[in-house]
Design a binder for this molecule. Structure first.
Ligand SMILES: *Cc1c(COP(=O)(O)O)cnc(C)c1O
Length: 223
């Protein structure tokens, strides 16, 4: 299978209101170029160094999304060009991004990551942590941050009902937050959920952005 034919297959299931983020982590520049040639412009990476190297080497109209866990000391490298950061899981991180973005007079788009899975290991705010943060006023003063919505990852399991339930929880939380804190913020509109194995369920449950890697580029060989 080629990247192009994989994309043709996947696109059948992605409605126009859902953004496909091609997760190219670990895969070489040539594979990204293939997806680019097949029409894709939005790519996701989860390592800062890798993201910077790839963005240097590839066409400038690519929109790069950062989907990994972000360390404070690396923020400055991606803030100048990243088009969306998916994994914000603390107010401290928001502060740091805001500070770096202010220095270069840029507004950076961010998604708040919510812990919806059963596994302990997945990052993200709990619902109550998120509501605590939003009830405070601090985040409103971060004028170089644009909060564009939520991101979540379901439990890694074959149990479709569980996955569906977790995505549903994220959608319900999004609706609540939207009406409570972001009613006048049209930019708060994204629900980033769904990967290769569960994106169809995620779309049924209200995803607006799916992050798909292995179904496009093949299995990842971590060296
Ligand atoms: C790797 C990764 C993906 C893509 O996973 P696939 O199963 O290969 O589609 C999506 N989201 C995040 C946060 C990832 O780290």
């Amino acid at each position: 299978m080629t990247v192009r034919s994989n994309l043709q297959e996947i696109r059948k299931y992605i409605p126009a209101h859902v953004q496909l983020v091609c997760v190219s982590k670990v895969h070489p520049i040539e594979s990204i170029q293939e997806a680019y040639n097949a029409g894709e412009r939005v790519f996701g990476e989860n390592k800062v160094q890798e993201l910077c190297a790839k963005s240097d080497a590839l066409p400038k109209d690519i929109q790069w999304h950062y989907i990994g866990h972000l360390q404070t000391n690396k923020i400055k490298f991606i803030v100048p060009f990243v088009s969306l950061i998916h994994g914000i899981d603390s107010i401290k991180l928001l502060h740091e991004i805001d500070k770096n973005a202010a220095k270069i007079n840029r507004k950076v788009n961010c998604l708040l990551q919510v812990h919806i899975a059963e596994e302990e290991t997945k990052f993200g705010f709990s619902e109550s942590e998120l509501i605590d943060m939003l009830q405070g006023d601090v985040w409103k003063s971060l004028s170089n941050i644009n909060i564009c919505g939520l991101m979540g990852m379901a439990t890694f399991t074959d149990d479709e009902n569980q996955v569906r339930k977790e995505f549903h929880t994220l959608k319900m939380l999004f609706d609540t937050l939207k009406s409570t804190y972001f009613a006048n913020e049209p930019e708060f509109k994204e629900i980033s959920m769904g990967m290769s194995d569960d994106f169809k369920i995620a779309i049924e449950e209200g995803s607006t952005m799916v992050r798909i890697g292995s179904s496009i580029f093949g299995v990842r060989n971590y060296k």
